[in-house]
Design a protein around this ligand. Structure first.
Ligand code: DGT
Ligand code: CA
Ligand code: ZN
Length: 574
């Protein structure tokens, strides 16, 4: 877990440098390094100096700081900054939407140094009127504090899943473990998670429970028994492990996977058929005889239904669909043929085009699209038209070298505050694929934000709208747009909506993606990769799509290369 600790330290350095108003590129370097370290597949503590400097975004200086942390458990530069900058200021800055400038004003003029004080002041209307703080700012601060509180209750899927999988891997090594599975919201791939639910069978439950409570991350043992144990991890997450009998495993898995609403519906159905369902099995009401329980398939079969994939179990019509034999044939990770939203070194990514193509090929993909930022996004190294044309040449050269693999040349063009695109049409017309997205002005009115998205959708050159609602789970709420209008316009023009698989985004979410499917809007699942490890985020997007009932045919990056080429060349109705 050293990686996460170092990432946290680097992010804190970035925050403190931001308060000091230092060079934004230096600040971004720390943040990027933090992100790259966090998404590394290996523990930095086990890597050589040489290997560390090969991690993109980590030069000699940052490698030195990593070494320092591994050896001494602290980074002097961070300690120095902490001494220099009052604790209260950084605390206020943890509220989403409170930047260094606002924090400074509040701290210095009101002496506020805790979130409780900040909330009280904001609710009391005492912030508005301070330099640069309007009524709207105050409302945003209140919302930010609410989000912070909510974020403590539910954590993003992308943070919890790798940890849960790692715990499962370690428990699998316990000799007596037979079956083991995630349950609860994790198994349904909900975008936020309250706690980790694990279910196992074992020939020696006590041995499993002993191993469980001794896991390295465990901070507190809440409960330890032969059938159920609960622990709290150092980062505050609760993990429940249940060990059940083999012949009840399916029933328990079904029960603890939930959702609660799905289970209630299922139980009602059972009752109508003279059956009783609980975590031990399905029983006949008349004589109490157990008729199912070993597998989930058996449980569903006992109430006259086919197996329902966990992602659908939200009581959103899945039981009715199952009954009529109308369950969707859900898209799978292996259906994805390529990633159409990827950043290279040209803007803020970490790899060259050739490297990206090689990586994508090794993942079994048939194509990739390079979509760097446009110039308006200065801090992300956004590109001018000239640079994009240079990049286009390089893409063409790389394509000449590759067999059975295609690099599409694209761009992620910024939608400016007034709704215009950040690059001229003549340039956009020359690219294979144009993605448009919003990166600024999130706090504009509903009308303004909707107008911006609509005007991008109506551009004949824009094929895809990336991360359409702009949310960052636990950090930024989706921006307020009139989604109905957006969906209608996408439908009319044949514009593709992205399901951004980046774990903090998962945007479109499952509800909007399902609405889009019902309207017949094409979608694409992309990772927005900036560094190789992030290609692995594709699965989060695929599971989000499955929660939205999406099938292979709803998603354009399941097409083969030829079909996709045709699709990208087809003219939009605008
Ligand atoms: P979470 O933890 O809020 O992210 O979401 P879940 O779905 O994992 O909820 P959790 O951990 O409270 O419970 C896990 C599953 O156990 C839940 O999805 C369904 C089942 N369950 C829990 N409590 C009840 C209950 O009172 N009735 C029924 N039918 N099922 C329950
Ligand atoms: Ca749970
Ligand atoms: Zn992007």
């Amino acid at each position: 877990m050293t990686n996460q600790e170092i990432a946290r330290a680097f992010n804190e350095i970035a925050d403190l440098l931001e308060i000091k108003g230092e060079n934004p590129f230096r600040i971004r370097a720390y943040r990027r390094a933090a992100q790259n370290i966090e998404s590394l597949g290996r523990d930095v503590a086990e890597m050589s100096e040489d290997e560390i400097t090969r991690v993109p975004g980590i030069g000699k200086d940052l490698a030195g700081k990593i070494r320092e942390y591994i050896e001494k458990g602290r980074i002097e530069r961070l300690e120095e900054l902490r001494r220099e900058i009052p604790r209260g200021l950084t605390e206020i800055m943890t509220v989403p939407g409170v930047g260094p400038r606002t924090a400074k004003v509040i701290f210095e003029s009101l002496g506020i140094s805790t979130i409780e004080e900040l909330e009280e002041a904001a609710r009391g209307g005492r912030l508005q009127g301070l330099p640069g703080i309007k009524k709207k700012t105050e409302e945003n601060i209140i919302r930010g504090i609410e989000m912070l509180k909510r974020g403590k209750e539910r954590q993003p899927l992308g943070k919890v899943m790798p940890l849960a999988e790692d715990i499962i891997e370690r428990l699998k090594r316990v000799r007596s473990v037979r079956k083991i599975s995630l349950a609860g919201s994790l198994r349904r791939w909900r975008d936020t998670i309250k706690d980790i639910d694990i279910l196992a069978t074992s020939t020696n439950p006590t041995e499993v429970m002993n191993a469980f409570v001794r896991l390295a991350e465990v901070e507190e043992v809440l409960l330890k028994g032969p059938t159920k144990s609960s622990v709290v991890l150092r980062d505050g997450l609760q993990v429940d492990l249940r060990v059940v009998e083999e012949e009840s495993f399916g029933a328990a898995l079904q029960y603890f996977t939930g959702s609660k609403a799905h289970n209630i519906k299922l139980r009602e159905r059972a009752v109508k058929r003279g059956l009783k369902i609980n975590e031990y099995g399905v029983f006949r009401e008349s004589d109490g005889k157990k008729i199912a329980g070993r597998t989930e398939e058996e449980v569903y079969q006992a109430v006259g239904l086919p197996f329902i994939p966990p992602e659908l179990r939200e009581d959103r019509g899945e039981i009715e669909a199952a009954e009529r034999g109308m369950l969707p044939n859900l898209v799978e990770l292996k259906d994805i043929r390529g990633d159409l939203h990827v950043h290279s070194k040209y803007s803020d990514g970490s790899h060259s085009i050739e490297e990206i193509a090689g990586l994508a090929k090794s993942l079994g993909y048939r194509y990739i699209a390079i979509t760097d930022h446009s110039k308006g996004l200065g801090v992300a190294g956004g590109l001018t038209s000239e640079r994009i044309l240079e990049e286009l040449k390089e893409v063409q050269a790389v394509n000449k070298k590759l067999k059975g693999f295609k690099v599409f040349m694209g761009v992620e063009v910024d939608i400016r505050s007034d709704g215009t695109l950040d690059l001229p049409d003549e340039l956009l017309a020359r690219l294979d694929i144009v993605i448009a997205s919003i990166h600024s002005g999130f706090r504009q009115s509903v009308g303004q934000l909707t107008m911006r998205l609509l005007s991008a959708i109506r551009s004949p050159y824009v094929k895809i709208i990336a991360h359409p609602t702009g949310r960052l789970i636990g950090e930024r709420d989706p921006y307020e747009v009139d989604m109905e209008q957006i969906l209608r316009a996408a439908k009319e023009t044949g514009t593709v909506l992205e399901i951004n698989a980046y774990p903090l985004r998962l945007d479109l979410n499952d509800r909007y993606a399902r609405e889009a499917k019902e309207m017949g809007i094409p979608m694409v699942i992309c990772t927005d990769t900036h560094i190789s490890e992030q290609f692995r985020f594709m699965r989060y997007g695929v599971h989000m799509a499955r929660r939205a009932w999406l099938e292979k045919g709803d998603i354009i990056n399941t097409m083969d290369t030829k079909a996709l080429e045709r699709f990208l060349k087809s003219r939009k109705k605008t």
